[in-house]
Design a protein around this ligand. Structure first.
Ligand code: DQA
Length: 376
């Protein structure tokens, strides 16, 4: 596919502009990463940067019949322009909005985006990686577009559902994304995996769930509510709601294992590079303590939550754990910790040489192994 990447005002200053917020890479540096990444995905890109609203609108119009997707960081126009989202809606090209910084947790006016209303998804707070994730979201959309459903009444209780054509009642993979329960990591990180599973004849339900501070036990309850929704809406969605493979990556792998310890109804749980030993998390990842944030306090402050949140190694449904030996985000000691406790209840596959994200990228060897475990 061909993608146009548009950057708005002041982004030409990247590298020197408030590097503590926007990073030290220049726009040129980022562009070479996009070219390489798009090539890896069998895609190509054009780039455009302007400090002028009208020029950005002209570039969007010019993408008609040329680009199959747009990635846009509208800079401060995000928060003020109505004409840019109108242009995106007008040309009807699938668009993903990106921001380097976490606009939801800065000045309140930055949390308002008019462009979000016309975007497939909005990615923010992940620095330069966000652009690569945006390219992936567009590629996945081209392979297998999703429909958005609500599995609960709260705004975040949504899921992207994909169902393969021509297969009656296919099994379904319910996907739980990772990101250390931080609010700026979302389900788009599993879009490519979802699209690959659809190509293999599976339906997928890619979940959003409670993340951010103090989101335990809501995160677990959300996934359980989503599973109940999939089971009761199977016919309507065109999938077999009694054949569910629950798949979680990283922090989502922890959630999947927690659900496996409470439910015997799942065909299989596939935990990819999961966090398992929550006591090991404080101090393990440099800055911040994502486990205490997730649990609403340190172990000393919230002993009951910590105690109920610990995994014990007694899954009620069959479990497969896949972990890369070179994972520096979540060391494979986490997988081994769980395997030691669960022993024969778990099938463990240590992928030699793999890091943290390769197993959720279906184009890698590690990703193909994961697809095999989910579809088996
Ligand atoms: C930005 C966030 C905007 O609020 C700001 O005005 C920018 C950059 C970002 O990438 O984080 O110019 O879009």
């Amino acid at each position: 596919m061909h993608i146009l990447i548009i950057n708005g005002p002041n982004l030409n200053l990247l590298g020197t502009r408030e590097p503590e917020i926007y990073g030290s890479a220049t726009l040129r540096d980022l562009e070479s990463d996009w070219v390489r990444h798009a090539q890896d995905r069998g895609s190509s890109i054009d780039t455009f940067q302007s400090n002028h609203e009208g020029a950005i609108i002209d570039a969007i119009h010019g993408a008609r019949g040329v680009a199959d997707g747009i990635v846009i960081n509208p800079g401060a126009y995000t928060h003020t322009s109505r004409a840019i989202p109108d242009a995106i809606a007008g040309v009807g090209i699938p668009t993903v909005e990106v921001h380097l910084s976490d606009i939801m947790n800065r000045e309140p006016w930055r949390a308002i985006s008019h462009v979000a209303e016309v975007s497939l998804t909005t990615i923010h707070g992940r620095g330069a990686t966000g652009y690569l994730n945006a390219i992936d979201a567009l590629v996945a959309h081209t392979i297998a577009p999703a429909t958005l459903h609500h599995y609960g009444e709260e705004d975040h209780q949504v899921a992207d559902v994909r169902v393969p054509e021509g297969i009656e009642a296919p099994p379904v993979a319910v996907l739980i994304h990772g990101g250390y329960w931080r609010s700026y990591w979302k389900r788009d990180t599993l879009d490519l995996m979802a699209a690959a599973l659809v190509k293999e004849g599976m339906a997928t339900v890619n979940l959003e769930y409670a993340v951010g501070g103090d989101s335990y036990p809501a995160a677990i309850e959300d996934v359980e509510a989503a599973l109940a929704w999939v089971t009761s809406h199977g016919d309507e969605l065109g999938l077999d709601g009694s054949d569910i493979r629950l798949v979680g990556h990283s922090a989502g792998g922890y959630v999947a294992l927690k659900v496996a310890e409470r439910s015997a109804d799942l065909t299989r749980v596939v935990a990819i590079a999961p966090v398992t030993d929550i006591d090991a998390v404080p101090g393990q990842f440099g800055e911040g303590d994502p486990a205490s944030a997730f649990l609403g306090g340190t172990e000393a402050e919230r002993p009951d939550d910590w105690s109920s949140a610990r995994l014990v190694g007694t899954p009620q449904s069959p479990v497969v754990i896949v972990h890369g030996s070179e994972d520096t985000d979540v060391p494979d000691a986490h997988a081994r910790w769980y395997v030691e406790r669960a022993e024969d209840a778990v099938h463990f596959e240590d992928i030699e040489g793999s890091e943290h994200f390769a197993p959720i990228d279906p184009t890698t060897e590690a990703g193909a192994i994961v697809v095999g475990h989910i579809t088996a």
